[in-house]
Write a protein of this length. Structure first.
Length: 123
């Protein structure tokens, strides 16, 4: 593993953790505020749309963190998962685009050999 792959793994760990913390905090905040809206359609609307979306985002962010940890630990399946995440992150402008482009560059580029053979050989 080169340094670019390690940096990409740590970036995806950070982004996944931020998504997890944000969604869980919003879910807990909505649960605390739900009694204020008793008798209106807001709790039902949140139950119908908010919970499934929150659960899906938590699962997706959890998989991203797991793949990033696996990439740092050099598991081969993590590269494929993070390439897919990077393609999706390209749509999240501007930070997601930068992280997605960097990760694609880091994971899809061939490693440079440390000692290149000489181009010309003398007699």
């Amino acid at each position: 593993m080169n340094k670019r792959e390690a940096v990409a793994g740590w970036l995806h760990m950070a982004i996944g953790a931020i998504f997890l913390i944000t969604v869980i905090a919003l879910w807990l905040l909505a649960a605390e505020l739900a009694p204020l809206f008793k008798g209106s359609f807001v709790p039902d609307l949140f139950a119908m749309f908010g919970k499934p979306i929150a659960i899906a985002v938590i699962c997706i962010a959890g998989l991203e963190v797991a793949a990033a940890i696996a990439l740092v630990r050099r598991h081969t399946w993590a590269r494929v998962v993070l390439i897919v995440y990077s393609l999706l992150l390209l749509l999240v402008f501007p930070i997601g685009t930068a992280v997605g482009a960097f990760t694609l560059w880091a994971l899809l580029s061939k490693p440079v050999p440390s000692a290149a053979p000489p181009l010309l050989t003398g007699p």
